[in-house]
Design a protein around this ligand. Structure first.
Ligand SMILES: [Zn+2]
Length: 310
């Protein structure tokens, strides 16, 4: 249950300062409200089991992550590091895996969940609250059935996305990138949720203006097509398989790959210098969206109408 005792326990457990507790006291009720009562246990457990580290002015997110001695991850896809690239906040499950030589198998010993936020954003500012909320939303969407090991492959689920890594044991454990899926679309959902939650805290419309392409797709699905409740449930307690099954695997796979492409292009657009270059990126992204994404969205809408009429 969310009350002052819960906040007290958090404060004692992680030695949070007053600013962090104040921010959490504003954000947690709106996260609970947004996702709904059915998920309150997941949300409160997730936040209780995750340490929030706000960088001081001498620290960066990458430095803090390095100092935490995370299980080394080798390689990643361009899209999977979106939050690190934005350098605002990141949620990381640090997974400790051991090798059981008797059974020739790998076991998850423990998971240290951490959120790190950049020193640039104070939790008592609007942007600071957004950055914290964004990471908390990623956290709650990963908490349920986050990790599975099959032989030597670890799957890290987050919302409707996942990442697969090969577990390599060579004196110590390494996690070698195999593939990921749905990261761009999941990021869009997360940006959308964050804006809604921050808007509820501030009682006025808040918009972060990050990654317009995936934000637009998320808004069409969750808001225009009124699929918020359904998609939220796939993100919190379902996974990509349920999500694909519902709207057709081919459609979702294509939509996910379009979102991944768009996020990478938007990131390159942000980093490009000349106006002309930026314009070319924008044109290209719009073309990709109109050629590849909108027909997929229409087919999801038709699927929704069909199931409604049964
Ligand atoms: Zn994110």
């Amino acid at each position: 249950m969310f009350d002052s005792t819960y906040l007290e326990k958090l404060k004692t457990r992680y030695n949070y300062d007053d600013k962090t507790i104040k921010a959490l006291s504003l954000v947690i009720p709106e996260i609970l409200n947004y996702y709904g009562e059915d998920y309150s246990d997941i949300i409160l457990n997730a936040i209780y089991n995750c340490q929030i580290i706000a960088c001081n002015s001498h620290e960066t997110i990458s430095k803090v992550l390095r100092e935490r001695k995370l299980t080394p991850m080798i390689g990643s896809s361009p899209v999977s590091e979106i939050d690190i690239k934005r350098a605002e906040s990141v949620y990381v499950p640090n997974i400790k895996i051991s090798y059981d030589s008797e059974n020739n198998s790998y076991n998850i010993d423990k998971v240290d969940r951490i959120i790190v936020t950049s020193h640039t954003f104070n939790f008592d500012s609007l942007k600071g609250l957004e950055v914290l909320t964004h990471a908390l939303c990623h956290l709650v969407k990963g908490f349920n059935d986050e990790l599975t090991i099959e032989e030597n492959v670890l799957t890290i689920r987050n919302g409707i996305s996942y990442e697969k890594r090969k577990i390599v044991y060579d004196n110590e454990i390494f996690l070698d990138f195999i593939e990921d899926y749905g990261k761009g679309l999941e990021e869009g959902f997360n940006l959308y949720d964050t804006d809604k939650i921050v808007s509820a805290v501030y009682k006025e419309n808040y918009k972060s203006y990050d990654f317009d392409s995936i934000y637009t797709i998320a808004t069409i699905l969750k808001e225009k097509y009124n699929l918020k409740k359904e998609i939220n449930s796939y993100e919190l307690i379902g996974d990509y398989e349920n999500f694909e099954k519902k709207y057709s695997a081919d459609v979702i796979k294509d939509l996910c790959s379009t979102c991944d492409t768009c996020v990478c292009l938007e990131n390159d657009m942000l980093l490009s210098f000349s106006r002309e270059e930026k314009n070319n990126y924008a044109k290209n992204i719009n073309k990709i969206l109109s050629d590849n994404a909108y027909n997929k969205l229409v087919s999801i809408y038709e699927q929704k109408q069909k199931t409604k009429n049964i």
